[in-house]
Design a protein around this ligand. Structure first.
Ligand code: DQA
Length: 161
């Protein structure tokens, strides 16, 4: 087909174009307190790989997903992030760490949003101290993955695909 430049003799045509476009899923990993110390912190429980190293590998393995990462040691910042992404993202992978067991506020934030949330834990919290058996996230999470080491995050990611 030949397209001619606009001249005073040409007419304007509107040509509807039907096509398919694919928008990558937007998934965020949100990590709570002390998870910035992964690799250094209690390696016998949490392993010796830093989260940054693991996250870089994960991003490379899933190039078709728009993956992002947020970590904070501050409860309110975690709630702000859950609210910020919780109506537009396709999924949240949440390890609220110690706040899992204490934070009504984070539990309420998970309940308030429409984005599905998968709660993850690196360690098997049920084989540890009894205070770790309680979760304010679980009742409002769409799924829970516990005890597979850093692989827990990847399993959660796969649950969205
Ligand atoms: C954790 C388990 C929590 O009990 C603990 O406070 C953490 C990490 C986990 O991923 O195994 O900080 O969420």
């Amino acid at each position: 087909m030949l397209f001619l430049p606009k001249t005073k003799h040409s007419v304007k045509l509107f040509i509807p174009i039907f096509t398919e476009i694919y928008i990558p899923m937007k998934i965020i990993i949100i990590n709570g307190p002390n998870l910035n110390l992964l690799g250094k912190r209690e390696p016998e429980v949490y392993g010796n790989i830093s989260f940054d190293t693991f996250y870089d590998q994960l991003k490379k393995s899933y190039p078709n997903i728009t993956l992002s990462y947020f970590q904070s040691n501050i409860e309110g910042e975690l709630i702000d992030k859950i609210q910020e992404v919780g109506f537009t993202y396709d999924g949240i992978i949440l390890n609220a760490a110690a706040y899992t067991h204490t934070s009504v506020g984070i539990g309420d934030a998970v309940k308030a949003i429409s984005t599905p949330v998968i709660e993850v834990h690196i360690s098997n919290t049920f084989s540890r101290e009894t205070f770790r058996h309680q979760s304010f996230i679980s009742p409002n999470a769409n799924g829970i993955i516990i005890g597979f080491g850093l692989k827990s995050y990847e399993l959660a990611l796969q649950s969205f695909i």
